[in-house]
Design a protein around this ligand. Structure first.
Ligand SMILES: [Zn+2]
Length: 168
């Protein structure tokens, strides 16, 4: 293997802790294998190595900022009885943000994470957020839906009724 920076062939495998920047913050990742060039100190990684490093940094970043895991977000959403789309309206984020959080493809920003933690831990805040978001719980939504169906039907019925009168 040749160094992609200087072309040297003095590239060897290393497992020394590696300092890297993630979202503007420095993290030290240890227990990771990567290639390093002895001549210019360039670090060379395969895709699998880089992926492992990114995952480890994301884990440290989550821990440092108390960001809930995908599983925690999902179970909180389910405890509210909301679909992913409804939960997006509840928090005030665009689709498909929540599915990305839940699969951990995307890490919530620090302000969003503190809102989530706040809502998870404080029942009053959770209820207050319902008022802000205007997302109703399922029971209320069913009532609204039934009412809409009912008015649609009665409108149709009155049309039929009116045409009956005209014809008659
Ligand atoms: Zn080099």
């Amino acid at each position: 293997m040749l160094c992609s920076e200087c072309g040297s062939s003095n590239v060897r495998l290393s497992a020394k802790p590696l300092k890297e920047t993630f979202r503007g913050e420095e993290f030290v990742v240890s227990g990771l294998e990567y290639y390093v060039c002895d001549d210019c100190d360039e670090v060379v990684m395969s895709l699998a190595m880089a992926d492992k490093q990114a995952k480890e940094m994301a884990k440290q970043y989550r821990k440092a900022h108390h960001i809930p895991s995908g599983e925690e977000i999902k179970s909180f959403r389910k405890s509210l009885g909301l679909s992913q789309k409804e939960f997006e309206q509840y928090i005030g984020v665009a689709t498909p943000t929540v599915s990305r959080w839940e699969t951990e493809a995307v890490i919530p920003s620090i302000p969003v994470a503190s809102l989530l933690i706040h809502l998870i831990n404080i029942p009053e805040a959770k209820e207050e957020q319902f008022k802000i978001s205007r997302v109703k719980n399922r029971a209320q939504k069913c009532k609204v839906f039934d009412f809409v169906q009912y008015t649609k039907k009665s409108k149709q019925n009155s049309k039929v009724f009116l045409s009956d009168i005209k014809e008659g």
